[in-house]
Design a protein around this ligand. Structure first.
Ligand code: NAD
Length: 469
């Protein structure tokens, strides 16, 4: 008898969206063993055939029912959900395009000898994913892993397991397995001796537990963790309507529940009133808090009642709260929190010092650029950052000094990403990369084969225990 995890619509309390069966340790063992058993023949399948599978699945990603399901389980606006699914297809096709070059053997034959570098898959990979962008964050692991010749077992978040399960069913079943559940299921997966690589995206607490368990198993782990991204406006930055619109959505997309959201705003002292007015006006243009299934909605509810409580407490924790945007729903129907700008705080306030992961953002001022750089780099997190300036050279010079894995220039978040640009954290935001060629190579181990020239026919030879030069 399975136990089940039910998912309620965070925008319509009491509405059940669906349920998934919980996998216990024997279920996880069965999934990993099947993935392991299929892996060797998949790895010896020609690369063209492997990437064809990615293209075929990507071609099914225009499905409106899937977008509606994702909106209903996650509370994200349906337009955003369509975008995430479509973008996931674009990503799979990009992997299919890049894989032949990135995964190719590298052979050298010269005066030193003959060297072959081979990009070997790990075997069965475990993917553990969060709820905030479940489709793209899973495809970032599944696409490169399969292209490189691995198989994969995915444990989605119990808070948004439905749309991603439907997508994963579209891959060949022996290559992609799904196990549902909470931390216990995830731990059974990470700790399985036949899992050869772990790819995790989520919060710091789970990241530590997964990293520790993977370490005990000597299993390498990619950890994509949280961020507390600063957005720094240099003294010459202009607060144009278009820039402010991008910034506002860079903070409030998915109700601020985005790892790379703009989470701390730094503007030059003396310009804060001008900035606040421009920001409030932009929010009126682009923020519509409402039901995720309404097309005009740009910001939906947060994910759970606990998340709403936590964010409301942050809003009440100090400073002046400026409510933003337009409310187009009855906030009592779901876990709605009105997007809010907080002013008058210092860097020690919890909403500045820690990741808020919700629809509230602090506005801070600075008096010189060395000072703001030090404040932006303070703290243990280093995922994203942005710098805003009328002068691109100045922006890049400043960006080089950020302690961040990804710096956006004159934008923040989704609009600033590039498929070819590796993404991931520094410091305690994690390690390993997704996107870019590195995000494909993450699923390979480079193995070398070497014939030294000295020992080839006619070679010069070498003393039996000598170091090569
Ligand atoms: P979470 O860490 O609570 O859960 C993520 C996944 O890990 C879920 O599937 C969960 O069931 C599983 N899990 C939790 N504890 C586990 C354990 N001990 N062993 C095995 N599995 C375990 O995160 P969340 O609330 O779903 O997501 C929010 C966090 O994710 C935020 O901190 C956010 O910044 C971060 N995030 C990071 C990125 C990135 O790319 N760096 C992207 C999105 C979200």
């Amino acid at each position: 008898m399975s136990t089940w995890l039910e998912r309620e619509n965070p925008a319509r309390l009491g509405e059940l969206v669906g349920r998934v069966p919980v996998a216990d340790a024997p279920d996880v063992d069965e999934a990993v063993r099947a993935a392991d058993a299929a892996q060797r023949s998949w790895a010896s399948t020609p690369l063209e055939e492997r990437v064809r599978v990615l293209r075929e699945v990507a071609a099914t990603f225009d499905d409106e029912e899937l977008a509606v399901l994702l909106a209903r389980e996650s509370g994200k606006p349906v337009g955003d959900c369509r975008g995430e699914i479509r973008f996931s297809g674009v990503f799979l096709n990009w992997v299919a395009d890049r894989a032949p070059e990135v995964l190719a053997d590298v052979e050298t034959d010269d005066a030193s000898g003959r060297l072959l570098l081979r990009r070997r898959p790990f075997g069965a990979v475990a993917a553990i994913t969060p709820w905030n962008a479940p489709v793209i964050l899973t495809m970032l692991k599944v696409g490169p892993a399969l292209a490189a010749g691995n198989t994969i077992v995915v444990k989605p978040s119990p808070l948004a397991p439905l749309a991603i399960s439907e997508i994963l069913r579209r891959f060949p079943t022996d290559l992609v397995k799904v196990v549902h559940g909470e931390a216990e299921t995830g731990a059974a997966l990470v700790g399985h001796p036949l899992v050869r690589k772990v790819a995790f995206t989520g919060g710091e607490g789970a990241g530590r537990a997964i990293g520790a368990l993977a370490g005990r198993m000597i299993t390498p782990a990619v950890l994509e963790l949280g961020g507390n991204d600063p957005a720094v406006f240099l003294p010459d930055a202009e607060f144009t309507d278009a820039a402010m619109d991008r910034l506002v959505m860079g903070s409030f997309q998915s109700s601020g529940q985005v790892c790379m959201a703009a989470k701390r705003l730094y503007v030059p002292a003396g310009r804060e009133d001008e900035f606040r007015d421009a920001y409030v006006a932009a929010a009126l243009r682009v923020v519509v808090l409402g039901d995720p299934l309404e097309e005009e909605t740009t910001v939906g509810p947060v994910i759970t009642a606990q998340a709403a409580e936590r964010v409301r407490a942050l809003i009440a924790s100090g400073g002046e709260a400026v409510p933003l945007g337009r409310v187009a729903c009855d906030p009592e129907r779901g876990h709605y929190v009105r997007p809010t700008l907080l002013t008058g705080l210092d860097d020690g306030s919890p909403v500045v010092a820690d990741e808020q992961f919700g629809p509230v953002v602090p506005l801070l001022t600075y008096s010189d650029t060395e000072e703001v750089l030090a404040r932006a780099n303070a703290g243990e997190l280093g995922l994203g950052a942005s710098v805003w300036s009328a002068d691109e050279e100045r922006a890049f010079a400043f960006a080089r000094r950020f302690e961040a894995g990804f710096t956006f220039v004159n934008t923040h978040g989704r609009t600033g990403m590039a498929l070819r640009a590796p993404f991931g954290g520094v410091k305690r935001s994690g390690h390993g990369r997704e996107y870019g060629d590195e995000g494909i190579l993450e699923y390979t181990q480079t193995c070398s084969v070497h014939a030294p020239a000295a020992f080839r026919a006619g070679g010069a030879g070498m003393a039996a225990a000598a170091y090569p030069v």
